[in-house]
Design a protein around this ligand. Structure first.
Ligand SMILES: Nc1nc2c(ncn2[C@@H]2O[C@H](COP(=O)(O)OP(=O)(O)OP(=O)(O)O)[C@@H](O)[C@H]2O)c(=O)[nH]1
Ligand SMILES: [Zn+2]
Length: 208
């Protein structure tokens, strides 16, 4: 089977529209409380603007909570290509929902377009990772949500999502094992078949 693979550099669609607001003031109050609880003085020079900065940083880190992945697949198109499409090395940053510290790495996404069906803009695949990674997450759930959403909105014959990530909750604290990589995969439809799955995995493992 002939395949096409692309190291993603393409931004083809704007991010989905935002729905709902983040309560910045509430985050600021909570951060002030955290600073007090650890024995800091939130009114000292260096910390005066910190609650507002953290609120804006959290707004950005959790922007995916207010985005609808369906919007990314509004302008798929016919490309006369029914073989595998694989985008590898999509970088992402997410927040571990256990500790609210980052986990980050790369996602690889492959799919088999429906027969006579549509393909997605490559940027939509990268943005799909952002929509689900910019939420409180665990890696397994993130992997599953991306593959399920791709199946639901693009309706390909099959899809595969592989994530490789380092979790700061494992590196900087707790078990303290920097450099450990967690790899998760989720496979749907015809990509579960041994030959196509092996082809996708060999394309993914030759990354770097
Ligand atoms: N399966 C899974 N586990 C995760 C993920 N992110 C963090 N964890 C783990 O979730 C566990 C949370 O464990 P808890 O015992 O509730 O919290 P903890 O006492 O802070 O645990 P340690 O990090 O082991 O010190 C830790 O072992 C983390 O390493 C993830 O994305 N997937
Ligand atoms: Zn964690």
């Amino acid at each position: 089977m002939r395949s096409e693979m692309t190291d993603v550099r393409i931004e083809d669609r704007a991010a989905p529209a935002l729905c709902g607001e983040v309560d910045l003031e509430r985050i600021e109050d909570a951060i002030r409380e955290v600073l007090l609880a650890v024995g800091e003085d939130p009114s000292r020079e260096g910390l005066r603007d910190t609650p507002a900065r953290v609120a804006r940083a959290y707004q950005e880190a959790f922007v995916g909570m207010r985005q609808d992945p369906a919007e990314l697949f509004g302008s798929t198109f016919e490309a006369g290509h029914e073989e595998m499409v694989l985008v590898r090395g999509i970088s992402f940053y997410s927040m571990c929902e256990h500790h609210l510290v980052p986990f980050f790495g790369v996602a690889h996404i492959g799919y088999l377009p429906a027969v006579g069906g549509n393909v997605a803009g490559l940027g939509a695949l990268a943005r799909l990772v952002d929509v689900f990674s910019k939420r409180p997450q665990v890696q397994e759930q993130l992997t599953t949500q991306v593959v399920n959403s791709l199946m639901e909105h693009l309706r390909p014959r099959g899809a595969i999502v592989v994530l490789e990530a380092e979790h700061l909750c494992m590196s900087m604290r707790g078990v303290a094992k920097p450099g450990a990589k967690t790899i998760t995969s989720a496979v749907r439809g015809q990509l579960r078949e041994a030959a196509t799955r092996a082809e996708a995995m060999s394309l993914i493992s030759s990354w770097r």
